[in-house]
Design a protein around this ligand. Structure first.
Ligand SMILES: [Fe+2]
Length: 220
């Protein structure tokens, strides 16, 4: 990669959006891609709850409750995301799930499912989920900065991202203190599994964002 080009991970693509994206089309394309994982994230949290160690239930249940809009239907995160799509004039199309994610995104989604469906991957699932919660706030802060710069200024319409900027900071801290550290102490010979779960999430995210960055910066 040339020196003046940004490296491509979730952080860098958001940085590029914050500083360089010149019109709303870039963001609309980003939202469509970002939709597929986020609008079904409820399923992945629900899967991670099954068979959970009792000491971890509070933290995961809090994540789940936030995902459910803390009891207010219109604030459920899937509805918040549909609000963004509506704001930019895009109709949600559940049938385009595979096309929207592409092979790179599907690889990441498959990992969520594999780790959630098989209890033997319980510690992988923790690392995978935790790093996802930790990546989002900083990336989304840059994203909304870019949105504002190109005229997407309605914060109510973009509540999904603003919510995750604030809420996921707490989730990230909670995952470290209430999930990762207790599990590392309880399974000292298997802490590597938590790291591997986080690492594979970072790797699939890198591939996903690299592909998305290429699409956004070199549209067909
Ligand atoms: Fe969410």
């Amino acid at each position: 990669m040339e020196e003046d080009q940004p490296a491509v991970d979730g952080s860098q693509i958001s940085q590029w959006g914050a500083v360089h994206a010149v019109d709303t089309r870039w963001f609309v394309r980003f939202f469509i891609s970002d939709c597929s994982l986020n609008i079904r994230f409820y399923d992945l949290i629900a899967l991670s709850l099954v068979g959970l160690h009792s000491q971890l239930r509070q933290e995961l249940a809090q994540n789940f409750w936030d995902e459910m809009g803390r009891g207010i239907r219109e604030n459920e995160h899937n509805n918040l995301f549909k609000r963004i799509l509506e704001y930019v004039g895009v109709e949600y199309d559940p049938g385009s799930f595979i096309e929207s994610l592409g092979s790179q995104g599907l690889a990441g989604y498959n990992l969520f499912l594999r780790f959630g469906l098989h209890r033997k991957h319980f510690l992988h699932s923790i690392g995978n989920m935790a790093v996802s919660e930790m990546m989002d706030p900083a990336n989304y802060a840059k994203l909304v900065r870019g949105c504002k710069r190109v005229g997407l200024t309605d914060e109510t319409a973009q509540a999904y991202y603003f919510e995750h900027i604030s809420v996921d900071v707490a989730h990230g801290d909670g995952w470290i203190a209430n999930v990762m550290l207790p599990m590392a102490h309880q399974f000292p010979n298997h802490t590597c599994d938590i790291i591997v779960g986080a690492e594979v999430r970072l790797n699939t995210s890198f591939d996903y964002y690299e592909n998305l960055y290429s699409q956004l910066t070199h549209p067909a």
